[in-house]
Design a protein. Structure first.
Length: 184
């Protein structure tokens, strides 16, 4: 009887520990990175201004950041990201890459972007204005996040609404860096 009690107790402790690890893991990744159901890539093409982003080494210190998308002859999307280091008087920086939509039928808003050879990263269009005037971009994890707009500035009310959307999705909006888009 004592032996079966020890086995039962061991099993219960194992279940509790396993569940606590699963719970911790789920708490860390509890973001909603679902994407919009439809994306008209032709409407999405053109220039987007970076309003805010999570800090990344590849964009650190860049201001007046834009992303320009256009179609390539091979059906992929040409991506040109550019900005200025630390100020508009700073060094101009530009990265040219490519993007593709692996499943344009079922998940047209889940793109893959590459700036180096065949290494692709996620580009998820999570929220999109019906007139394609702003977009919230994420990835398969909570590591990357951007607020994009067709204009260099957006109204404070809209910005707060977008922050609210991101917060409801589980993103840490305190990590967002507002990007200086002033012309001078």
């Amino acid at each position: 009887m004592l032996k079966s009690l020890n086995i039962s107790l061991t099993i219960i402790i194992f279940i509790i520990i396993t569940n606590s690890f699963i719970s911790c893991k789920n708490q860390k990744t509890m973001i909603d990175n679902t994407v919009v159901k439809e994306l008209d890539i032709q409407k999405y093409l053109g220039t987007w201004y970076e309003i805010a982003r999570y800090n990344h080494s590849f964009e650190r210190g860049l201001v007046r950041v834009t992303a320009n998308y256009s179609m390539r002859d091979d059906g992929k999307i040409k991506v040109i990201n550019s900005g200025y280091k630390d100020s508009l008087n700073g060094k101009f920086s530009q990265a040219v890459g490519k993007a593709k939509i692996p499943d344009s039928i079922n998940e047209p808003a889940k793109l893959k972007v590459s700036f180096f050879l065949f290494f692709y990263g996620d580009y998820y269009v999570m929220e999109l204005d019906k007139d394609y005037q702003w977009a919230l971009i994420g990835s398969s994890s909570d590591t990357y996040l951007w607020i994009l707009s067709r204009k260099p500035q957006i109204e404070k009310k809209l910005y707060n609404e977008l922050l609210d959307k991101l917060q409801k999705r589980g993103y840490d909006i305190s990590k967002l860096i507002k990007v200086d888009q002033k012309k001078s």
